[in-house]
Design a protein. Structure first.
Length: 329
């Protein structure tokens, strides 16, 4: 294997957490995105082979370490969350890892992501693994509840053991350009998170323009976001490469201006190994391989792991396993 697979039990030692910055409305006002230029650029991703064929299996193993293994369904149960956590403990069958010469490597997902109600269940089920639990808090997926309710939900998720909190912003604040309100709310969420890392979900499919998405990304980063995340997975339009370009260019600009590196989490509808490789190629080309680590990049995905495991097996044996061999939950 030519690519160093990340051991996600250790955070990158030199990574500085975003402390947050004052709201700079002049900077927000200067942000503009050109949708057709973004579309042209997005069309080139994956058109030429960024990942050489013999490196693909290593990239797929790496992709597993970048997944927030997710279940966010109205009919979730403790049993389903426990099964998902059991899968997180052993994301790839041992014989596949042995065949790849990776049996002794720690290949685990970036986190397990659940509703607040299942944080305790997941924390117990992952005990001893070092895999963090991420909770979607703040009235996921719409974000429309009194701010006191949302702050309390964050606090309760943290009390229950969540180490990462995925909050949702109020899309209306973006649509009416109320950047102060957005900043103040995300700042308060960040404070409520304490040591837990905060991912801000923008709901990009509901923000109307790429410029709105870019401005919302900037305001969330100024307010102290550790990650900016595209979608809840419940909007009509979820993650895509155009929106990703907008957001990761804002991450780049923010890093140039402040020296702080913010993580990126595309989520919703990312279901195939081919999708995963395209997003990884995008990150590599736009931000460098440094951003292909769990503290700077995650996939929010409920079914991606199943396809990656299928593709790993196909890469080794030339044929696909039956579905029952790779049950997720
Ligand atoms: O944050 C994660 C998303 O809800 C997952 O969406 P998905 O079920 O389309 O993979």
């Amino acid at each position: 294997m030519s690519l160093k697979v990340v051991d996600n039990s250790v955070a990158a030692p030199t990574h500085r957490r975003n402390p947050g910055f004052p709201l700079d409305l002049d900077w927000v006002g200067r942000v503009r995105m050109n949708r057709s230029a973004l579309e042209r650029r997005a069309g080139t991703i994956g058109a030429r082979r960024t990942v050489k064929k013999d490196h693909q299996l290593a990239w797929l193993l790496k992709a597993i370490t970048l997944i927030d293994l997710t279940t966010l369904n109205a009919d979730d149960t403790a049993g389903r969350v426990q099964r998902l956590c059991a899968k997180a403990r052993h994301p790839v069958r041992r014989e596949i890892l042995a065949e790849l010469g990776m049996a002794d490597r720690r290949i685990l997902p970036g986190a397990v992501c659940v509703y607040h109600s299942f944080v305790k269940t997941a924390v117990e089920a992952l005990d001893g693994t070092g895999i963090p639990v991420a909770a979607v808090s703040t009235a996921f997926p719409h974000g429309l509840a009194p701010v006191e309710t949302k702050l309390r939900e964050i606090e309760m998720s943290v009390e229950d053991g969540a180490e990462e909190i995925d909050i949702v912003i109020e899309r209306g604040m973006v649509l009416r350009g109320d950047w102060q309100a957005l900043y103040d709310q995300v700042r308060a969420f960040r404070k409520a998170c304490g040591d837990a890392h905060i991912k801000t979900i923008l709901g990009t499919g509901e923000l109307a323009t790429q410029t709105n998405i870019a401005k919302a990304s900037l305001v969330c980063m100024l307010a102290g976001a550790d990650f900016i995340k595209t979608s809840t997975g419940k909007e009509k339009v979820n993650a895509n490469l155009v929106t990703s370009l907008t957001m990761i260019r804002m991450i780049r600009w923010f890093a140039e201006e402040t020296g702080i590196e913010i993580g990126y989490k595309p989520a919703g509808g990312i279901a195939t190994a081919g999708d995963a490789l395209k997003y990884m190629a995008l990150m590599k080309e736009e931000l460098g391989t440094k951003w292909l680590q769990p503290h700077l990049f995650r996939f929010g995905a409920s079914s991606l792991l199943t396809d990656i495991e299928r593709q790993l097996e196909h890469g080794l044996t030339g044929h696909y396993a039956a579905d029952y061999r790779q049950p997720l939950v």
